[in-house]
Design a protein around this ligand. Structure first.
Ligand SMILES: C[S@@+](CC[C@H](N)C(=O)[O-])C[C@H]1O[C@@H](n2cnc3c(N)ncnc32)[C@H](O)[C@@H]1O
Length: 138
């Protein structure tokens, strides 16, 4: 499979994905197979580990870990990529929601409860729970 992006690193957000060609809006950029962490498995084995940076929160408390490049999309308040979770097939599909120029970073939106210092942050936000939880909300 030919990808329309490559992985690069920067000092503020670590690894991220960058377009290697112009990506038209509506393009399916990537399909990531997922691992399911049932709620109890997450609580007993994955909570407070590095996995918290990568897990998607499901409404029922389960967590999903996107494989492939699915866990490498960084967050932005104005994302250029949407993601669709297919629980039945355990996949996440990433679709361009704008035209993306060559060299631009591909961003999804994680939600409004960030657990890290957002590069490009416009105003202060606080972590009300004071806890370190994965919060990419589905
Ligand atoms: C799902 S991972 C994304 C890939 C990650 N950059 C890496 O190198 O593995 C989420 C983590 O990326 C970082 N990150 C994502 N978006 C960011 C942003 N806008 N500003 C700063 N850090 C960000 C945070 O450390 C966050 O916990």
């Amino acid at each position: 499979m030919e990808f329309s992006f490559e992985m690069q690193s920067n000092d503020t957000s670590g690894r991220g994905l960058y377009a290697t060609k112009c990506i038209p809006s509506g393009t399916l950029i990537h399909t990531a197979p997922c691992l399911l962490f049932p709620s109890s498995t997450y609580t007993n084995h994955a909570r407070h580990t590095v996995l918290e940076h990568y897990l998607f929160n499901c409404p029922n408390g389960d967590r999903l870990l996107a494989l492939g490049y699915g866990s490498i999309f960084n967050h932005d308040e104005t994302p250029n990529v949407d993601f669709r979770v297919d629980r039945e097939n355990l996949e996440v599909r990433y679709i361009a929601c704008k035209e993306i120029d060559v060299g631009c970073e591909l961003f999804i939106y994680y939600g409004d409860k960030l657990w890290f210092e957002y590069a490009g942050k416009k105003e202060e936000s606080s972590d009300e729970e004071g806890d370190f939880l994965a919060r990419i909300e589905l």
